[in-house]
Design a protein around this ligand. Structure first.
Ligand SMILES: C[S@@+](CC[C@H](N)C(=O)[O-])C[C@H]1O[C@@H](n2cnc3c(N)ncnc32)[C@H](O)[C@@H]1O
Length: 219
């Protein structure tokens, strides 16, 4: 449990500076994110979206412009309260505190799911269970998109004895944390999704330092 709890605690501590440290207050980066937002909006147009680990709702707001509705969940109230403020003018957005690994209290019947910068924080041994829990909340054939980072420099990392990568993170106030941060190849991702997904498309965006995978849920 500690890999999972360490991630929760790190983001709880980072909550007051999350937007700033994620670059969401940087106007130049905002300009570059326009095409990314358009990509997500195109995918989720008209969908009932379940978003996992939404943090301060930066991408929730972008998706809400095109989706029929978005239910965005996160486990940290200090992040979710910022998300609620950000999205207060969207009548099609709701937020809920929920653990991504159980999705307790989250309804089902969504036609789409989305999570950005979440996949890398899931312990390898829990990914399949997480996906099964998520897929149970979705309609047959629902579209799913995960987005995460390509490997980057500048952090101290180690491998633990369960094959997960642990990365050191330091907050602006100097507090230091160790959290799970796994980097996957396309092959790894396809192996994880085998039998649970169809129409799998994996794309790397080196200029955005990210990859994304989209697929339809297969029952
Ligand atoms: C990298 S942040 C994701 C940020 C957000 N998707 C974005 O791109 O702005 C990871 C998020 O996962 C949330 N989180 C961590 N553990 C969780 C869990 N077990 N269930 C739900 N959310 C969790 C954290 O609170 C944090 O908001």
């Amino acid at each position: 449990m500690s890999l999972v709890n360490d991630v929760i605690q790190y983001y709880a501590a980072r909550a007051p500076v999350f937007d700033e440290t994620a670059g969401y207050t940087n106007l130049e980066e905002e300009f570059h994110r326009k095409t990314i937002k358009e990509r997500y909006q195109k995918l989720f147009t008209g969908h009932k979206v379940l978003e996992i680990a939404c943090a301060t709702g930066y991408w929730t707001a972008a998706i809400a412009e095109a989706a029929e509705s978005v239910l965005a969940v996160d486990i940290n109230p200090a992040l979710l309260s910022q998300a609620e403020k950000r999205c207060k003018f969207f009548s099609n957005v709701k937020f809920q505190i929920a653990d991504a690994y159980t999705l307790g209290g989250v309804p089902s019947g969504f036609s789409a799911a989305f999570a950005i910068l979440w996949w890398s924080h899931i312990p390898r041994e829990r990914i399949v269970d997480f996906l099964q829990v998520l897929h149970l909340r979705l309609s047959p054939g629902a579209i799913v998109m995960f987005v995460d980072q390509l490997p980057y420099e500048g952090h101290v990392r180690r491998q633990d004895d369960t094959g997960n990568t642990i990365e050191q993170r330091t907050l602006p106030d100097g507090r230091s944390y160790e959290i799970i941060k796994n980097f996957y190849s396309e092959e790894d991702i396809r192996t994880v999704l085998a039998g649970m997904a169809e129409n799998i498309k994996f794309v790397q965006h080196p200029d955005e330092k990210s990859w994304d995978v989209t697929y339809n849920v297969k029952y």
